[in-house]
Design a protein. Sequence first.
Length: 600
Amino acid sequence: MARPTQADVCRHPDFGGSPKACGAFPVRKGTCLAHLSADRRAGYLANLLAGAPVRADGVTFTEGLLEELLEALRGRQDGSEVGVVSFSGATFTGRADFGGLKFTDVADFTGATFRGDASFEEVIFEGDAWFTAATFSKNARFQGARFRSADFTKASFAKEPATLPVDLRATKANFGSAKFAESPNFANATFKGDAYFIETVFEKGASFTGVRFNRNGNFTKAKFNDEVDFLQVSFNAAFFHGATFSGRASFSQTTFQLTGSFKEAVVEQELCVEALAQRLDAKNLRGKGRLTLRLRAAKVDLADTVLAGPVTVQGLRRPIFATDESDFRHPESGLLPDVRVASLQRLDAGSVTLTDVDLTSCRFTGLHRAEQLHLDGECRFATDPRRVRRVLAEEHYWRARRSANRRQVLVRFEMLHRYLKSILCRPLKALGYREPLSEWTSAPGGADPWEPTPARLEVLYRQLRKAMEDAKNEPGAADFYYGEMEMRRAGAHRGEKVLLWLYWLASGYGLRVGRALVALLGVVAVLALGMQYAGFPGRPVPYIDALLYSLRSTVAVDVKTSAVPENVTRWGQAIRIMLRITGPLFVGLAALAIRNRVKR
């Protein structure tokens, strides 16, 4: 809508005694609606045609003048329907009551000032509604108002609480850079299009109880200087990028159909989120407050978060009241996904508590003070391809990359590899060997610049083992000790690598009972062969007798028997010494492995 030019404005003196011209839009020969005489104003209002535009740009309305205009609009043949209206830059000195009107076209209140109460209750805006840079000095009431598109950019709501639209049938609702001096009440409002609160300032908090955002709610860089409540709010997607929560922020019984993003938000007191969500992004949070996440089905990212207070993530076992989980369940199994933590990278774990969450694909690289991480309830880690031990996702990615490099070199020997594997696996299966049920998982998205080296993984496993021990989870600590030794062996030099390889082969780093017993039997069988041919004077004794003699020597019982000579050769004495050493050693390794598996 065209603005009046400098030559096409009301030239009467401005109200308030200012020598300047009024400057409002003229309706009769250089005279605005406010400066018309009573007779001429009555004539103008009586001749308003249905659908004709109403221009009152810059007009100063007293309460009586506005009532005259609104009575004329309501008394027309078309009832309370109004076409294009412009109150741009207008000033309403008293109460402004537009209740019950229906604006069928653009309603322009850009830069308007409402010094008294402003009421738009039950108003229908079928066209665009522009309240850009409008100032509401007292109460602004929009209860029951219906919008197609609403723009409150840089609007100011001062002194008294604002009651805002309940039904926004809008392609866009824009409150960007608006300022609410008191707590606005959006209770039970419905935003059917995108809602923008970019850089909006809420001085005394805000209430969004029961609000539905059918599309996106964008609160980027919004400032909540007091408590804010999002009770039973439903978002399609919510963006709080860079938002500042100076008071307590509560998202109770909330639903994020797609994502809830709090990336780079500032938390000064507490951010508490109890929500059903597909994804929740809490990366790079800052502040001296605390973060509490009680979630269902969500995938959480906490990378780079630095908070002075504690950080708690809990996967809830029961549905959250007033939420609908039907859209979150797997279409075939009907099961709800567990709460998954995607990343703890570069997070300070000193005050982090994880409860009943899935850490299968969680990245721990760069986690500070990992040994102080608190793991409660059932926290599930990834497993190796044989489903034997718990491993970190980073080990999966590292081994997958290494396997891919080896596969390129050994591709010509693939047939030989399969043949040898089929032969060797048969006897090993009888000893408890498990064939891989899957392969090592590659990192999503290809190469990762934060992919750790074996030395870094060794330290990470050691720190997390300490966290497991503090949680009295000895089996989990044993798995992480195994991972620590695997990474140590992968990064060791020749001599140490051979020693660690023998330790792995003999007993699985003191954690594999079957391997220690098999190693014991193998050593006894080999040394029994030496006893048969070189352990006794005279002719060789039967192997079974030499084997039984060796077994008795291993457990240090009376080895005298009529089946073999009483005296032994020097070689026999040496073999008996080896049996006396290796026997208790392997038995001790087997007992240690059993203890690590059953201790709680």
